[in-house]
Ligand binder design. Structure first.
Ligand code: 5AD
Length: 434
């Protein structure tokens, strides 16, 4: 959606959207006060040519009003579930009015298991989403460019421990082609470039990829390549990357090490350094790892908040048949939705992602999550022939679906819910540099 630049101060621009003001970061694009621009993932990504402004604004103004009406009607059409528990009713009502629950209260929300209470939790999380972020839904593309991985995570199907997986790497040309299709043919303005931890891509190669994609496409690039040195991330930032997607996976050091992972403290300190370097951070944890308690999940949510994450990424653990956890059980969908809802309570203005893992766990997971506090999606823009090899968990959703169809289905769902695939401004904390 086009916005008009009202002011620029330091690297923060104030943008007007039909009377609503949002902040966005200005260092990825050239523009002046008075220009119309597109904003994605909190960055101004491009200026809109003068001749396109009028017609584009007219379409959006009309569409936005209709979508907001649908969002509000859809949200209210679900009857407000009645809860008999007075304490719970009071907690939900105060959260709806803007109060952030205490640790104990959040824990009580995570332990809800019965229908009317859970429905009331989802309903309230959706209302908080609407109050804070209206109907905007952040939609990123993701390109999985290598399934080689040097790590030996117990839960993951592309772990170095899995000898039966065919491995692939995309060349820089293939990555740029996929990015070009995503941004030029389909209009994506934010792309996640993801791979296993693959040493084949030296710092220089990664820098080359970021430069090549930036040269071709005006997009915000999020790197998701696991743990690399600070120096590497500094170079990637200089090359034009502005986000990092790196989950800490579990804030419980025992679970983290039981999963065959290295040092949790160093992963967390990397996330902190990346944030202070100026990266937007997408992070979070797996839901339902063996041995995980509600208290662990609460700590995962609070750590994500404390890390200043721009987006929460929490998805179910899905047992992969070629791992030692093949016989473990995935969490029920109600648990996953409760976690997304509790995250919305804990950080009302966060972007909260519907993960592909949730869509894999339940066909209607996307819709349920979008009505339980979530407001962000990722669409797989990996060339079709490689998708099923990026097998972090089995039966991954969308692996057979061409990009054009994925987009059509996504737009149709968003439209039916009254959500606009716009991503205006950064969360308040980030724009204020906090
Ligand atoms: N189920 C769900 N998510 C998984 N991931 C890895 N293995 C699984 C699994 N079996 C997630 C990790 C990682 C992301 C890329 O994929 O959380 O951060």
């Amino acid at each position: 959606m086009p916005g008009k630049v009202l002011a620029k101060k330091g690297n923060v621009a104030t943008i007007d959207y039909f009377g609503e003001k949002r902040h966005a970061l200005s260092d990825l694009s050239d523009f002046s006060v008075g220009d119309y621009v597109y904003v994605q993932a909190g960055f101004v990504v491009k200026r809109i040519p003068k001749e396109e402004v009028e017609p584009t604004l007219a379409v959006w103004k009309d569409m936005m009003a209709r979508l907001k009406k649908t969002d509000s009607e859809r949200s209210k059409s679900i009857d407000r579930p009645r809860v008999s528990d007075r304490k719970l009713a009071a907690l939900l009502s105060s959260a709806k009015d803007g109060k952030i629950p205490s640790r104990e209260q959040l824990l009580s929300l995570l332990s809800l298991a019965e229908t009317p209470s859970l429905d009331a939790l989802f309903y309230t999380a959706n209302a908080i989403r609407m109050r804070e972020l209206s109907n905007s839904c952040c939609v990123h593309g993701i390109i999985e460019f290598s399934n080689y991985c040097s790590q030996r995570c117990a839960y993951c199907g592309i772990s170095a421990k899995n000898p039966s997986l065919s491995r692939y790497r995309l060349s820089i040309g293939q990555i740029v082609d996929a990015a070009r299709i995503a941004c030029k043919d389909y209009g994506f303005q934010a792309l996640v470039l993801q791979s296993g931890e693959d040493p084949f891509y030296s710092d220089e190669r990664l820098v080359e990829i970021v430069r090549a994609v930036r040269k071709e496409c005006q997009v915000v690039i999020f790197m998701s390549v696991g743990e690399r040195s600070i120096d590497c991330f500094r170079k990637l930032y200089a090359a034009g990357a502005r986000g990092v997607l790196l989950r800490f996976e579990s804030s419980n050091p025992k679970i983290y090490s039981d999963m065959g992972k290295g040092d949790l403290a160093s992963r967390i300190s990397l996330l902190r350094e990346l944030r202070s370097m100026g990266y937007l951070i997408i992070t979070g944890a797996l839901i339902g790892l063996p041995g995980q308690t509600d208290e662990d999940i609460l700590n995962d949510i609070l750590l994500t908040k404390e890390l200043g994450a721009e987006m929460f990424s929490f998805g179910p653990f899905l047992p992969h048949p070629q791992t030692s956890l093949a016989k473990a059980k995935p969490p029920p969908i109600s648990k996953v939705l409760a976690v997304l809802a509790a995250a919305r309570f804990a950080q009302p203005d966060a972007k909260i992602l519907v993960t592909t893992a949730l869509e894999t766990l339940d066909e209607d997971g996307r819709e349920h999550a979008l009505l339980s506090g979530a407001n962000s999606l990722m669409i797989n823009a990996t060339p079709l022939e490689y998708r099923k090899l990026y097998s972090i968990y089995p039966n991954k959703a969308w692996v057979e679906t061409p990009l054009a169809v994925e987009i059509r289905e996504t737009i149709s769902l968003l439209r039916s819910l009254g959500r606009a695939p716009t991503d205006l401004g950064v969360s308040k904390g980030f724009a204020n540099g906090k």
